[in-house]
Design a protein around this ligand. Structure first.
Ligand code: ZN
Length: 188
């Protein structure tokens, strides 16, 4: 449970600590605004992303399903600065062909993005959630993202894209299956 009042106090403390006046016009409501923003940006905390995949249907679909270019926004847990980009998520249904509504894959990404994250763990968590909740034969996730902590500070490399992937099941063990997944997300 997110403690809005505590965030409000902490933000006011930061404003004072940098030598600013928390009572001046532009800053007076900032602690409240930041607290409400964190409520939204961290709304994935404490949620099990697999819940999003609970309602599925049996279509007997045996082939790969891929959702490309799912936009996401997260906050890196090292600096609490945004990193954002796109996630590509795919899976091969279980033998009984149980699938979920395609938008549910985007909901899984959203739930996992809206908490303090590192891109590598986010990638792994999405793959594990899809693989286990759907009892899938394969699951794969590729994330491309830009990190504000690399752009605004430190090495200052705007445009640098970090790419991570996680592969489960036959995407991991079968080169042909993996190649098909990557060709679909590259749009060839
Ligand atoms: Zn960072």
């Amino acid at each position: 449970m997110i403690d809005v009042e505590r965030i409000r106090k902490a933000v006011r403390e930061i404003i004072e600590a940098i030598g600013e006046d928390p009572e001046r016009d532009g800053l007076r409501d900032t602690p409240q605004r930041v607290a409400e923003m964190y409520l939204e940006l961290f709304q994935g905390l404490g949620k099990d992303p697999r819940e999003e995949l609970r309602v599925g249907f049996e279509l007997g679909h045996q082939e790969m399903v891929v959702l490309k270019d799912i936009p996401f926004y997260s906050l890196c847990e090292h600096h609490l600065l945004p990193f954002y980009g796109v996630a590509h998520v795919g899976y091969i249904p279980s033998r009984d062909g149980r699938i979920v509504g395609i938008s549910k894959l985007a909901r899984v990404v959203e739930t996992i993005a809206r908490r303090p994250q590192v891109q590598e763990r986010m990638t792994t968590e999405i793959a594990d959630a899809v693989f286990s909740a759907l009892n899938a034969r394969a699951a794969g996730v590729v994330i491309q993202a830009e990190h504000m902590c690399m752009i605004m500070r430190g090495i200052k490399k705007p445009g640098a894209n970090v790419i991570t992937s996680a592969l489960r099941g036959t995407f991991h063990t079968n080169p042909a299956s993996r190649a098909e997944f990557f060709s679909l997300i590259h749009g060839k």
